[in-house]
Design a protein around this ligand. Structure first.
Ligand code: ADP
Ligand code: MG
Length: 707
């Protein structure tokens, strides 16, 4: 093959070198109007475009003769346009057809939908390279990619290679995107600052950044593509780990925190009044937490345990140590319902120790709220339960020594940073029932110490999980009726459906209507709970359910976390395929809390695909939350799960936490080495790293780099 890539515009066609930070409109062929389209993808500068990595690559490297074409294979043909014409379709569109010949036999038909302007480019006699698949039915190529050959020279951007597939948006074509990326690379790739210090690049055999950037878009071969991917994935993981290491180092400094644990007399009184003994895991976790609280460096600890493993008691006993030392404690839940429920639970547990527990939420009446706020502002050592708004609102807690956060996945690094900004840094204990896969733990919570509760407290009834088809729903209802008649309670969970960007509760409302009118459930009261109800309405429904006046509760994932209803023995999840496995696991944890046998019935929707069904079926095979979490990570990626989005941490575009564990550990070691040698990144060799981190991740690292 005698096709060569045309000289880069930067050298031959006189394109100026541009700064990576230059705006895209200065790129030839872009201009202000098209720049706006790129902006819709969040791309405003050349560097953004250079960092807009392909989603995948099409392999069109195999050249074949037209006579040898087989349908359904992506290949490239080198030929000459034999005839070409715009055609009007009956639908009133103008398409473009051409015939291509290469001397091997009959010409090959090319068909382009709605692109009559191609008549100017693909004229009779033009030599072109065409990459595409022969359509088995039409015996021609539909919308193939092409490249005009002039002399022996073609750009080879769109054909005959590993062709990058970039994310696009309306008004941007794949061609236009590839062209712009090529130009951006030629104009500025050499000047994109490398955030990875040279010593790390050398030690990990990473190669030059500009080469990786060029190869990730337009790889010469698979080997170089893999090398580029590894280099750029390493960069992502290295930045992520640098953020965590900087935070960890900054927080480890003594004097930034407080010693917040008293000797334990209050906790001992509360323990003596418990109707059960702590499990070994609970004992160990409590000891770890209290030891950490006694150290003057701020605690950043995760208490990880399945639903029902008894985290609340452990947290309460830790809280009593802080109160005893004269500090205030905030206990934050993700929803108001949970905040109130925690308030009640904590109050009961703390009463024997003589400690008072307050509840402060959006629903707290103004007068009571003011009175509470006054006591807190005066520094009274109190335990206050509330939502995360406790921190973000104006409530001042000058003696805050311990912040307990229930459910980390709505409370990311950003919120932890907010806490840290309030002067001396309180100890933070994050409770979570979401089993986090090890890789994710390392990737996103690497700066947190970890205590784990594995054993479930004794005295729990058995919990079975069944997966069943929608057609069996009547039997499910019959079973439900029997359970309800025996004095048990049931949850029916339906997914929230997002409509026009808003979460829609109509599915829950419709299901509530259907079930409350159902003859099988005629004797029972069916309640409805979803996020759009007012706080008082929610509270009334929950109280009715907790008191047993409401027998079955149709709900969305409002109840996902925490709610404790000991008589609930049946959990039905409709359209179960729409939930993550960890989410299903948490939902299932809502039942099986009392002594009776409990059942979780998962009902995939009629439209659920085979893969989705298989995923749901895994629920019946294991009740190991960690195993489910790993499976979720493999099958759905880290995306929304585990709050990665809201974490404020670097996003991963190329690194794949399900696959790149070894690379992650390498990056962690590298980041640790850099931060240990230069905790504020003031050495010249770390200037680019510092600048990158400050530009993108200011919030989570402000504390570390602000001095
Ligand atoms: P989690 O918050 O981890 O989901 P909870 O703290 O709400 O779990 O505990 C669930 C239930 O188990 C509560 O009713 C609690 O009183 C009870 N419990 C906690 N620890 C023990 C234990 N060691 N033995 C028996 N029951 C326990
Ligand atoms: Mg809990």
């Amino acid at each position: 093959m005698t096709i060569h890539r045309s000289p880069t515009p930067g050298s031959a066609s006189g394109l100026r070198r541009l700064e990576p930070a230059s705006r895209l409109q200065f790129l030839p062929g872009v201009g202000p109007k098209r720049a706006l389209r790129f902006e819709r993808l969040g791309l405003t500068t050349l560097e953004h475009l250079i960092r807009h990595y392909p989603r995948t690559w099409l392999d069109a490297r195999r050249f074949v003769r037209i006579a040898d074409l087989e349908p359904g294979e992506l290949v490239t043909v080198d030929g000459t346009i034999h005839s070409a014409a715009a055609v009007r379709t009956r639908a009133g569109r103008t398409d473009f057809v051409a015939a291509l010949e290469d001397g091997s036999g009959a010409p090959l038909g090319l068909y382009f939908f709605g692109q009559p302007f191609l008549a100017r480019t693909l004229r009779k006699g033009t030599r072109v390279l065409v990459s595409g698949e022969l359509d088995a039915v039409e015996h021609r190529m539909l919308n193939p990619m092409f490249e005009v050959v002039e002399g022996e020279v073609a750009d080879l951007l769109h054909v005959g290679r590993l062709i990058p597939v970039h994310a696009l948006t309306r008004g941007l074509t794949a061609r236009g995107m590839r062209k712009a990326v090529r130009l951006a690379l030629d104009a500025a790739a050499g000047d994109v600052p490398d955030p990875i210090p040279a010593e790390v690049v050398a030690a990990h055999g990473l190669g030059p950044l500009c080469e990786a950037l060029a190869q990730i878009h337009f790889p010469d071969d698979e080997e170089r593509l893999q090398a580029a991917r590894r280099r750029l994935a390493f960069e992502e993981l290295f930045l992520l780990q640098s953020v965590l290491e900087l935070r960890r180092c900054a927080l480890a400094q003594e004097g930034r925190g407080l010693a917040t644990a008293g000797p334990g007399a209050l906790a001992a009184r509360a323990r003596a009044a418990l109707p059960f003994a702590l499990t070994g895991d609970q004992e160990r976790a409590l000891a770890e937490i209290v030891a950490d609280m006694r150290r003057p460096a701020p605690m950043q600890r995760l208490l990880l345990g399945d639903v029902g493993s008894g985290k609340t008691v452990v947290a309460l006993l830790a809280a009593l140590h802080a109160l005893e030392a004269g500090h205030q404690v905030a206990f934050m839940a993700p929803t108001e319902i949970l905040a109130r429920q925690h308030g009640a639970t904590l109050a009961a547990l703390a009463a024997p120790a003589g400690a008072e527990v307050l509840v402060l939420t959006g629903a707290t009446p103004a007068a009571e709220r003011r009175a509470l706020a006054r006591r807190l502002e005066a520094g009274e050592p109190l335990l206050v339960a509330g939502t995360h708004a406790l921190l973000e609102e104006k409530v001042r807690m000058p003696e805050l020594g311990l912040a307990i956060v229930d459910e980390q996945h709505r409370f990311g690094v950003r919120q932890r940073a907010t806490l840290a900004k309030k002067g001396v840094i309180p100890d933070v204990l994050v409770l979570t029932a979401t089993p986090i896969p090890r890789t994710l733990q390392l990737a996103y919570y690497g700066d947190l110490a970890l205590s784990t509760l594995r054993a479930r407290p004794a005295g729990r009834g058995r919990l079975v999980t069944r997966v069943t088809g929608e057609e069996k729903f009547p039997q499910v209802l019959e079973f439900m009726a029997r359970e309800l008649a025996a004095g048990r309670q049931a949850f029916v969970v339906v997914p929230l459906i997002e409509q026009d960007g808003r979460l829609d509760s109509r599915a829950a409302e419709a299901e509530h209507e259907r079930l409350s009118g159902h003859p099988l459930l005629a004797r029972f009261r069916v309640g409805l709970l979803h996020g759009r109800l007012k706080a008082e309405e929610k509270q009334a429904v929950m109280e009715g359910f907790a008191a047993g006046e409401v027998h079955a509760l149709v709900t969305t994932t409002v109840i996902e976390v925490g709610v404790d209803i000991p008589h609930a023995t049946l959990m039905v999840v409709e359209n179960a395929e729409r939930f993550g496995l960890t989410q299903l696991h948490q939902l299932r944890g809502r039942v099986g809390r009392g002594a009776h046998r409990s059942v979780c019935v998962l009902v995939p929707g009629a439209g659920a695909g085979a893969l989705a069904r298989e995923r749901v079926a895994l629920m019946a095979r294991t009740d190991d939350g960690f195993e489910l979490a790993e499976a979720d990570l493999r099958m759905r990626g880290p995306g929304e799960l585990w709050g990665v989005r809201q974490s404020g941490l670097p996003r991963l575009k190329l690194a794949d936490l399900a696959r790149d564990q070894a690379l992650l550990e390498e990056a962690r070691d590298a980041a640790r080495g850099v931060v240990e040698a230069d905790a504020m990144l003031l050495q010249p060799a770390h200037a680019a790293l510092r600048a990158t981190l400050l530009a993108h991740y200011r919030e989570p690292i402000e504390l570390a780099l602000a001095g």
